[in-house]
Design a protein around this ligand. Structure first.
Ligand SMILES: Nc1ncnc2c1ncn2[C@@H]1O[C@H](COP(=O)(O)OP(=O)(O)O)[C@@H](O)[C@H]1O
Ligand SMILES: [Mg+2]
Length: 376
């Protein structure tokens, strides 16, 4: 899968940008606050209908305008696909594939797969379990749209169950209501657990392999699922166990006014050489691990979807040491990649690789001659 060209209108600090991308490597060089991340965000928007920045979607619209637009021509083998997203200050977002309106982000994500690696991704390792659950949900959803359906159903039932627990009803009445809601929670919950286990098993094998190569076999990466229900892929066994645990914890849940058991409390344990990376890892180890996980995502998408996704590396390339950079470059041969850097010196290892270099300044792109890095 490759992006041939992309057009941005009133998208953050871009008023009208029309860019043909290199099908292999694209480098964006620019000082801070010039629009590098904004550009990556526009590609992510085409692939997911969302922004990877934690803010309101409408913030994307240029401050002085009412609407924003991004349209990308995608090439998949011999097919072409034209994906468009339009944001409006006063109306809901609209999306089209080949000029046909589509209903939701799910349909959009089947049109373009993207993997982003930005400095924020370190939070995947450093922060609490909810970051890792979000990550899992996002990744599984990219390759299995049914997962999202079950997740939404689960979250809705969980919300209703918690409302019952928080209400002022007598305990007897609460228990009667929970009988019904517990069955629903189990129905959707076990699906999530099973899919997460399957995903993490695959991720673990690929990531371990990649991590060994990156660290020259010095580090053994292990990713496992931590589930408070049961680590099993057997749905009927999971159903039975989950229901038992809900019933067992019913009194406690009524007392605490919240649901203690289920995949909404799960986590993913990431360890290197047997030590939990969250508490024991150095900054460098954490960064390398995220890189291994991102490259594994790329491979998993290739396996599941039959085509490589687009890889976006925002401000992370220059943070890696020389051997990591070398490994990264070698593994990117068949993958369309966009790398942002603030300084040309950061890309000197890329001298002999086919690529297009753009300098980004205040919402404008300029194609650079190769000569820009020959001086280094
Ligand atoms: N909705 C918007 N309208 C106009 N400018 C915006 C909008 N959102 C962000 N910007 C501008 O975009 C710039 C930041 O762009 P960004 O892509 O994050 O920079 P960087 O090149 O450092 O990655 C800032 O100058 C900011 O003011
Ligand atoms: Mg940036």
């Amino acid at each position: 899968m490759k992006i041939k060209d992309i057009r941005l209108i009133n998208f953050r600090n871009y008023f009208n940008l029309n860019i043909t991308l290199n099908e292999k490597l694209n480098i964006l060089i620019g000082q801070n606050a010039q629009g590098k991340t904004n550009f990556l965000e526009s590609i992510y928007m085409c692939g997911t209908g969302r922004t990877f920045r934690a803010n309101n979607e409408k913030d994307i619209i240029n401050l002085s305008k009412k609407q924003a637009y991004v349209g990308a021509n995608i090439k998949i083998d011999n097919f072409n696909r034209f994906i468009e997203v339009k944001l409006d200050r006063d109306n809901p977002k609209t999306m089209r594939i080949n000029k046909n309106p589509i209903e939701n982000n799910k349909e959009l994500s089947s049109g373009l797969n993207v993997v982003v690696f930005s400095p924020d991704d370190l939070s995947l390792i450093k922060e609490g379990p909810s970051k890792r659950r979000d990550y899992l949900n996002r990744e599984i959803y990219q390759i299995n749209p049914l997962y999202n359906y079950n997740l939404r159903k689960y979250e809705k039932v969980l919300y209703q169950r918690n409302n019952i627990l928080k209400s002022n009803r007598p305990d007897r009445e609460k228990k009667d209501l929970l009988e019904v809601f517990d069955l629903q929670l189990v129905k959707y919950g076990v699906y999530l657990i099973k899919e997460r286990i399957i995903y993490i098993e695959k991720l673990n094998i690929i990531a371990n392999n990649i991590h060994k190569k990156i660290t020259e076999s010095k580090e053994d990466l292990f990713i496992e699922y931590s589930c408070n229900v049961e680590n099993s892929k057997d749905l009927s066994y999971l159903e039975k166990t989950y229901l038992e645990k809900l019933i067992l914890n019913r009194e406690k849940d009524i007392f605490n006014r919240t649901t203690s058991m289920g995949p909404h409390r799960d986590d993913m344990i990431i360890s290197v050489n047997g030590n939990d990376l969250r508490t024991f890892g150095s900054q460098g180890q954490q960064r390398t691990t995220v890189l291994s996980m991102k490259l594994s995502e790329v491979e998993l998408i290739k396996t599941e979807m039959g085509t490589y996704p687009i890889l976006l590396l925002d401000d992370v390339f220059s943070e890696l040491d020389k051997s990591r950079r070398k490994y990264l470059i070698e593994s990117l041969k068949n993958i369309q990649t966009i790398i942002t850097v603030t300084d040309a010196i950061d890309i000197r290892e890329l001298r002999d690789i086919e690529k297009t270099i753009f300098t980004v300044k205040n919402g404008f792109f300029k194609i650079e001659e190769e000569g820009i890095i020959d001086d280094y």
